[in-house]
Design a protein around this ligand. Structure first.
Ligand code: PLP
Ligand code: COI
Length: 341
């Protein structure tokens, strides 16, 4: 697809095929020299481990066009590190994070004309992933894998962009205690599909999952961490072993403390505290920061003082500072921004 047919400012969060993707195969205990290819299809044996026992993991990050026309990526080393952790947990071979970063840079460079213009509100989403290609029929890890990276230009994850969304407290769990909630495994997302289809059918934008063990603490949504702001301006983010350690959340906590001078707390958050917060948002690569206006707990509504029209004031400052760093008009902390070209 050429970029001429895309209306950058009206892109949703969808798949648009781009010219090049990166592929490396794992066989006989080692990774092949990776290469860029134009072929978007994957042909696998019917018994491949990914089909039988869901041995698949992924990452998500973005490339940004800065104010001065450069293309940069945001903290890809942390995505590489998280993919390493996901691989270890699912008994897959590690794709080394240094090679990961180089591969991400090469695929972005090869699709440079698909990085949306500065100011369009769109970015180039990068999806690295790894899956078991070798045949397995007894329950065990495969011996062969493929690592790929494709890119697709995207707009906001939620349709309204910066408009506050409404979420429901889910009766389903996305992760188990001591399970795989803290890694980026495809199986966690399969777990959340029925819950998100149900939430959408009931008119909600997303689910709030509670801790699967006691259902008294806030966990996260299907694709983002929570961020709350107290009435006295402290930024609070939930901590749990079954939450995915969001790179956006970790970055925002740093920004809150070191750029905005706010107090930050990363701690278990009881669900019964939520009604006392002044602001609520979802944070993640896809979500950036999406403000939450209302939470529905089985018919009982929690309405945040920030309302349904705009982002709360602290959430907005966080949003502007983070995106300012990503788009190059606010100086980034050392090592956060990787220039591609
Ligand atoms: N939580 C879940 C379940 C996710 O899928 C994501 C997306 O990657 C996040 C949180 C946010 O993580 P990050 O900020 O690293 O994109
Ligand atoms: C991301 O933010 O990169 C994710 O992987 C979340 C997914 C729901 C799109």
């Amino acid at each position: 697809m050429s970029n001429a047919s895309l209306d950058w400012s009206n892109l949703g969060f969808g798949y648009h095929e781009t010219e090049k993707r990166y592929v490396s195969n794992y066989k006989d205990g080692k990774w092949s020299e990776g290469e860029l290819t134009s072929d978007p299809t994957v042909t696998l044996n019917e018994c491949a481990g990914v089909f039988q026992y869901a041995q698949t993991i992924f990452e998500g990050l973005k490339a940004y066009r800065t104010e001065n026309g450069k293309i940069v990526i945001f903290r890809p080393d942390l995505n590489g590190e998280r993919l390493e952790n996901s691989a270890k947990r699912l008994e897959m071979p590690v794709y080394p994070k240094d090679k990961f970063v180089e591969a991400v840079k090469s695929v972005v460079k090869a699709n440079a004309d698909m990085v949306p213009p500065y100011g369009s509100g769109a970015t180039l989403y990068i999806r690295p992933y790894m899956f078991a290609t070798g045949p397995v029929i007894g329950v065990k890890p495969s011996t062969e894998y493929q690592f790929r990276i494709f890119t697709t230009p995207v707009g906001p994850y939620f349709k309204g962009g910066a408009k506050p969304i409404t979420i429901k407290v889910s009766d389903f769990d996305r992760a188990a205690p001591h399970g795989t909630g803290n890694i980026k495994a495809g199986l966690n997302y399969a777990m959340s599909l029925h819950a998100i289809v149900t939430a959408h059918a009931e008119g909600f934008d997303e689910n709030m999952y509670l801790d699967p063990g006691t259902r008294t603490y806030v966990e996260e949504t299907g694709g983002a961490n929570f961020l709350f702001v107290t009435k006295d301006g402290t930024v609070v983010t939930p901590k749990s072993d079954s939450i995915l350690p969001s790179i956006t959340r970790r970055s925002l906590m740093y920004v809150a403390e070191h750029y905005l001078g706010l107090k930050v707390e990363h701690r278990p958050v009881r669900f019964d505290e939520v009604k006392d917060f002044a602001e609520c948002g979802l944070c993640g690569t896809a979500a950036v920061i999406s403000p939450v206006g209302k939470i529905n707990d089985h018919g009982k509504e929690i309405c945040f003082p920030s309302g349904m029209e705009e982002m709360g004031p602290v959430t907005k400052k966080l949003y502007e500072t983070l995106t300012g760093i990503q788009m190059g008009h606010i100086e980034a902390p050392e090592g956060w921004i990787y220039e591609v070209c």
